[in-house]
Design a protein. Structure first.
Length: 187
């Protein structure tokens, strides 16, 4: 799937897999865009931009930040989220940034950057933090509080459950993106 979505980037990509296409030689950008148009509304543009960020080069675009912020605000209004005195003006914006970072970059070990290995004295050894798995810890309550500039108590009691809920929405987007892109490949 990464190779498929990487075709939407401006940089050249080599696709070696075969699949259904309007061109008999290769999968075209048009095929991929048509596939991503199968993503269901609402939030098709967020899902498409999220797919580009997550499955191409793991960089989060300004458009992805804006769309995630819009999604968080809509969800907050729909569910009646309320800011308190300890929350700042930019809390929802920072919250949206934290969610999309966690969703796109997943839980990668910060010590080895997800590789599972680190260099120590000209040798490559298993990362002592993640024990070679490359997986990091989920976003802690304290780290979330620092990122959205609120108190640790407010983060624990109010924002962390909402963070997990919105992150679950992005995982559902992953499943929808996977289903949509699977239609390009031959069975």
């Amino acid at each position: 799937m990464s190779e498929l979505l990487a075709r939407l980037n401006a940089k050249p990509n080599n696709l070696e897999s075969q699949g259904r296409s309007t061109n008999k030689q290769q999968i075209t950008n048009f095929d991929i865009v048509c596939t991503l148009n199968k993503l269901q509304e609402p939030f098709r543009s967020l899902k498409t931009e999220y797919a580009r960020c997550k499955f191409t080069d793991l960089t989060i675009t300004p458009a992805a930040y804006r769309l995630a912020h819009s999604y968080v605000v809509r969800k907050g209004v729909k569910e009646g989220w309320a800011l308190s005195d300890v929350d700042g003006r930019d809390t929802l914006k920072l919250f949206a940034h934290a969610v999309i970072k966690e969703a796109v970059l997943e839980r990668r070990c910060r010590h080895c950057d997800g590789t599972g290995n680190v260099a120590v004295k000209n040798q490559v050894v298993v990362c002592p933090v993640c024990k070679g798995s490359g997986q990091g810890e989920s976003l802690s309550i304290l780290r979330l509080a620092k990122q959205i500039k609120t108190t640790e108590w407010r983060s624990r009691t109010y924002w962390k459950p909402k963070f997990d809920d919105v992150l679950a929405d992005f995982l559902a987007f992953d499943a929808e993106i996977q289903r949509a892109t699977n239609t390009v490949y031959k069975n």
